[in-house]
Design a protein around this ligand. Structure first.
Ligand code: SAT
Ligand code: MN
Length: 591
């Protein structure tokens, strides 16, 4: 173990900051993570001894451990997440705002002595491939060994980051303490101007693994605006055709709407010879390349995926990814070190220990696994990982896809007429809420580009930045809106989803390559009759018709309801976006 006298860096900026934070939090020990296998083994043993982790059956689940979170701490807390910019206007109407000095003072008082009796782990990490010019270095200070171990899976962690940092002062300063895990003293604060994150009172993923949503989205989106690139809540997928041509798409869906499943999809039998591989399942950093196309890297190195509903049928690649060296949080477990969740391949065993650690009997009305229970799995476990994941220049994006969870109105697929219309589609995206965030589940809310909880600055300015990107990208990707979640009047899903989404993806890939035409509708381009390959689809033709239908009555309502959203955005909403809505509404009304 490195003690404070045995520090693995001479970087004075870093040493000074760590010392200052230690003085504030007053831990018993300071430990610098090096990211080695030996260290991982040691920290895991410590976590097991402290009952933070419970070993699973190591024959069946080698290197896998179980973690129960505090039952009050199971999801992101948007109402306790703040953007701390000099003015409230900089944070915009969709973010909570705190004045930076006030935030440092308020949280500083909570951090004071918060690590007494504990170890302070210093976790250096790189988001993005180690040698990529896209990548960013962060240092997370945390008092949670669970967080340190998760960061070791989700990011390139340890020595690699200190080597990359050298003597530079350019790193994200992340301070995290679970403290007393009290929701009344829980705050997730971002200081974009200082490249700093202060998070206290939660040990849960998005609140505590600071490289992920806090740095790679909230802080990075702010940096991206200033530096002319895009930091987005998007998976990155590689599609290789039977002739060996590779195309890449980036797709934004809100949390718990199937990004991981889409990124790991297995195409149906009729798409013989097609290979779908994963570059990333959650976050995409995109810059304009020398060839004028948009190039993307995945800043992460692992998957923090939703467990319930994942099984060998819905996502075999995810099931293979979690087979070893994976941490499971808040799923259900058996007495003999096995696990289970709702939507597992087989029925629940007669008895389980539920996510709260309580005895659970089959047939109980309560869920055995929390709906937002998660796995943290190394990306390299994924049998369908793209060989380009570590490519420092990233992959060229041919299509950007926006998708929400909508029971009505939004058709299976719609292609934007042009970039501005595409930005408008992203900006007005709606989705029914899920268990990934604390709050009511199943209500439609606007979630622009799936970034509502993750954009680190004013939403109107963010849309302007998207519009401005057009002039920077000589060869922009095509833009799509999709909806896998439309329901019948009886409340049944109309489209089977999962692997069958390949049918829609194939059309988008063909469009992006100019291989197929489209039908123009009032709202965007759609597949012509027969252009979606439905061979072997296990769904009635009427359902497909209903899933792809554009109902102008529903759209009139939808477009009208967008006015409320635009009012909320206020005066920074770009004119071209407001005009898109007005034009569409006029067209729909006069049709
Ligand atoms: O908890 S996370 O924010 O990391 C996952 C998600 O909600 O997308
Ligand atoms: Mn996400």
């Amino acid at each position: 173990m490195h003690t404070s006298s045995e520090r693995p860096t001479t970087n004075a900026h870093l040493l000074g900051w760590v010392e200052e934070m230690a003085k504030l939090c007053k831990p018993d020990r300071v430990y610098w993570c090096d990211g080695s296998e030996a260290e991982k083994k040691r920290l895991t043993e410590e976590a097991v001894a402290a009952k933070v982790l419970i070993p699973l059956d190591q024959k069946k689940w080698p290197g896998c451990y179980y973690h129960h979170s505090n039952p009050n701490d199971v999801a992101r807390v948007e109402h306790l997440t703040f953007i701390c910019t000099p003015t409230k206007e900089d944070a915009g109407p969709t973010n909570n705002w705190m004045e930076p000095k006030e935030a440092y003072r308020k949280l500083g008082a909570l951090y004071d002595g918060a690590m007494k009796g504990r170890t302070m782990y210093v976790v250096p990490y790189v988001m993005g491939p180690a040698t990529s010019p896209f990548s960013k270095v962060g240092i997370e200070i945390t008092d949670s060994v669970y967080v340190a171990l998760n960061m070791g899976i989700m990011a390139r962690m340890g020595k690699v980051a200190l080597d990359r940092l050298g003597q530079s002062n350019e790193f994200n300063r992340g301070l995290h303490s679970v403290a007393d895990c009290n929701p009344e003293r829980r705050f997730i604060c971002h200081f974009p101007q200082d490249n700093t994150i202060w998070s206290i009172g939660s040990g849960y993923g998005g609140n505590a693994l600071l490289g992920k949503k806090c740095l790679a989205l909230r802080i990075a989106s702010y940096l991206a605006k200033n530096e002319g690139w895009l930091a987005e809540h998007m998976l990155i997928l590689e599609a290789e055709s039977p002739t060996g041509e590779k195309q890449y798409v980036a797709a934004a869906f809100p949390s718990a709407c199937g990004k991981t499943n889409f990124a790991m999809m297995i195409p149906p039998a009729v798409f013989k010879g097609w290979k779908i591989r994963t570059v990333g399942d959650d976050i995409s950093w995109m810059r304009v390349g020398e060839d004028g196309r948009l190039w993307a890297v995945n800043p992460e190195n692992g998957y923090f995926g939703v467990a319930p509903g994942t099984n060998r049928k819905t996502n075999p690649n995810a099931m293979d990814s979690v087979r070893k060296d994976t941490l499971f949080t808040n799923v259900a477990r058996t007495a003999d070190g096995d696990i289970w969740w709702e939507g597992w391949d087989t029925e629940a065993p007669p008895e389980l220990t539920d996510w709260k650690g309580q005895h659970w009997k089959k047939g109980s009305p309560d869920k055995a696994a929390h709906p937002n229970s998660r796995f943290t799995a190394p990306a390299k476990n994924n049998p369908a990982i793209s060989p380009s994941v570590d490519d420092p220049k990233g992959v060229p994006i041919s299509a950007i896809i926006f998708g929400g969870r909508r029971s009505t109105t939004v058709p299976l697929v719609l292609e934007a007429f042009n970039w501005t219309h595409g930005v408008y589609l992203g900006a007005t995206m709606g989705s029914e809420t899920t268990a990934a965030a604390t709050g009511q589940v199943g209500v439609v809310r606007r979630d622009p580009m799936a970034m509502l909880p993750f954009c680190g600055y004013d939403a109107g300015s963010y849309f302007q930045h998207w519009l401005d990107m057009q002039t920077r990208i000589p060869h922009p990707p095509k833009v799509y809106m999709v909806n896998w979640f439309r329901k019948s009047a009886e409340g049944k899903f109309l489209w089977p989803g999962y692997g069958d989404n390949m049918r829609v993806l194939k059309w988008m890939l063909d469009r992006a390559a100019g291989r197929v035409g489209a039908q123009e509708t009032l709202l965007g381009n759609t597949p012509k009759a027969g252009d979606l390959d439905l061979t072997g689809l296990d769904a009635p033709k009427e359902n497909v018709a209903a899933a792809t239908k554009i109902d102008l009555g529903e759209w009139e309502q939808e477009l009208e309801s967008q006015a409320e959203w635009f009012d909320k955005l206020g005066k920074t909403l770009p004119k071209p976006i407001a005009l898109q809505r007005e034009m569409l509404l006029e067209r729909v009304r006069s049709a």
